[in-house]
Design a protein around this ligand. Structure first.
Ligand code: ATP
Length: 462
């Protein structure tokens, strides 16, 4: 038996809302504000320290956002480490001594050109201006100061005495941890090139203009791989990683129309790079970077070998050759990517003349995979509903919600992207079956409780 929980279920009329319909209804096309509002209202992302007025473009990830972010990172680790036998994972320190950043070049070069508008006193990153002569804030022409290089690293002190010996930096990228641990990992993991070291974690940049919500913040999370290869194999591994990374976004539901790979022009390349491409996403403000994939040659290992005096190379016993491996680096942002997944998943459609908001998140990314919903709060239903919740939550992140009318609870789960709802009703007490309702099709199927886990795993795909 299918329970007719949604109004006019059998004759649901479902239409996606085109931009023309949206504008007729006074609704904008999917834009950043819709996502930002939904995320705040439903507990994905809050402005940090909001009770004190917020703090300089920092954000906190709430009950749903922390799950979504964790799922983005887990999906990356699954594809980049778990499903391969040539990549290992590390978790290096965030605080580091100046020596690391001298060797990497960050102390000297990790800076952005900063200009001030003399008319409206706003500050801008020169390389991100549409027109380098026009202030985007007040429209003044030729009002900018000369560009000054502004180093993006956060400096702090390690220990109680503020002398130069205590200087420390918060890492502006996770990558250097892979280079400084190269020899230790090589020794302890029994890997040999081609092999990679991966890391997921926080990075900090004192951005001149943090903007577009969690797209550019001063504290953010990265997912980076340093893949070490024999020098001659650099170009083919670069091609391989470009395609592999593009596939990852596609597999997790970003449509082709919103995704592209853009090779850097020669004048964009760092001096050591022999090729870089960005994976770009169609954000509401246009194409912008999700991830950079760079051929870094032997630059990083050579720099650290020179500065530390340690040997950072590989001896190939098969060929009797010693060489410094070349590095291919796919470097992605976890928080920025989370924004892209949300934007791509956001959908509105008209169901029986009402607008239904759905986050069509891939099941692997959805914060909750399942919601268990007793039809009513009546005491007779609670024990069975809780039993079902325990059964399901042992395997999947599960929400349990017994307040409000069932139709509204379905809408809430649609809006937070829960792929499947499991409804326990009064018939369940007799027939020991529940109703499984699909987020995307809204179809409902009656399933015996003793077959429920198999049914859910078949539908979720894991
Ligand atoms: P941009 O040009 O946007 O400043 P970048 O080219 O300096 O970025 P990388 O150093 O290549 O970025 O960092 C790799 C990835 O880390 C970026 O593609 C992005 O996803 C993420 N990232 C970098 N800076 C930030 C930031 N301030 N906020 C959020 N994510 C970031």
């Amino acid at each position: 038996m299918n329970v007719d929980f949604e109004r006019c279920q059998s004759s649901n009329v479902v239409e996606p809302l085109g931009d023309d319909v949206r504008s007729l209804l006074g609704m904008p096309a999917t834009d950043l504000d819709q996502i930002v509002n939904l995320c705040k209202r439903r507990g994905f992302v809050y402005p940090s320290a909001e009770i004190y007025g917020g703090f300089r473009s920092t954000y906190d990830y709430g009950p749903l956002g922390s799950l979504l972010l964790r799922n983005v990172k887990d999906a990356w680790v699954r594809a980049m480490v778990q499903q391969r036998d040539d990549v290992v994972l590390i978790d290096a320190a965030i605080l580091g001594p100046p020596e690391v950043w001298q060797a990497s070049g960050h102390l000297a070069n990790f800076s952005d050109p900063l200009v001030d508008c003399t008319e409206c006193k706003t500050r801008h990153r020169q390389d991100k201006l549409d027109d380098p002569n026009t202030c985007p804030n007040c429209g003044a022409i030729g009002s900018f100061t000369e560009a000054r290089q502004f180093n993006l690293m956060f400096k702090t002190q390690a220990g109680p005495v503020a002398d130069a010996g205590a200087d420390a930096y918060l890492r502006p990228e996770t990558a250097q941890g892979m280079f400084t641990n190269f020899a230790s990992v090589l020794q302890t993991s029994r890997k040999r090139p081609p092999f990679g070291i991966a890391q997921v974690g926080k990075s900090f940049r004192n951005e001149i203009t943090p903007q577009n919500w969690i797209f550019r913040t001063r504290e953010f999370e990265q997912m980076e791989l340093e893949f070490f290869v024999p020098p001659a194999d650099g170009p083919s591994w670069y091609e391989y990683w470009c395609q592999h990374r593009l596939e990852w976004y596609r597999d997790l539901g970003i449509p082709d129309s919103m995704l592209r790979l853009r090779a850097h022009d020669d004048d964009e390349l760092s001096h050591y790079s022999t090729g870089t491409a960005d994976v770009e996403f169609m954000f509401p403000w246009g194409w912008d970077e999700l991830e950079g994939i760079a051929q870094r040659t032997d630059y990083d290992l050579t720099q650290h070998a020179q500065h530390s005096g340690e040997r950072l190379d590989y001896f190939d016993q098969a060929t009797n050759e010693r060489y410094v491996p070349y590095v291919i680096e796919p470097a992605a942002g976890a928080t920025r990517t989370m924004a892209a997944f949300l934007l791509a998943a956001y959908d509105e459609e008209k169901v029986n003349d009402e607008v239904r908001t759905v986050l069509r998140l891939h099941p692997r990314l959805a914060p909750y995979k399942i919601a268990v919903l007793p039809l009513s709060k009546k005491e007779t239903l609670t024990p069975l509903a809780q039993e079902v919740r325990r059964l399901v939550s042992d395997r999947y992140m599960t929400d349990y919600d017994e307040t409000q009318a069932i139709g509204r609870r379905y809408r809430r789960q649609d809006e937070i992207g829960t792929p499947l709802c499991v409804t326990v009703d009064f018939d369940s007490l007799d027939d020991k079956a529940v109703t499984v309702r699909d987020r995307d099709s809204m179809e409902q199927t009656r399933v015996p409780i003793d077959q429920l886990l198999g049914e859910l795993s078949g539908r979720l795909g894991f």
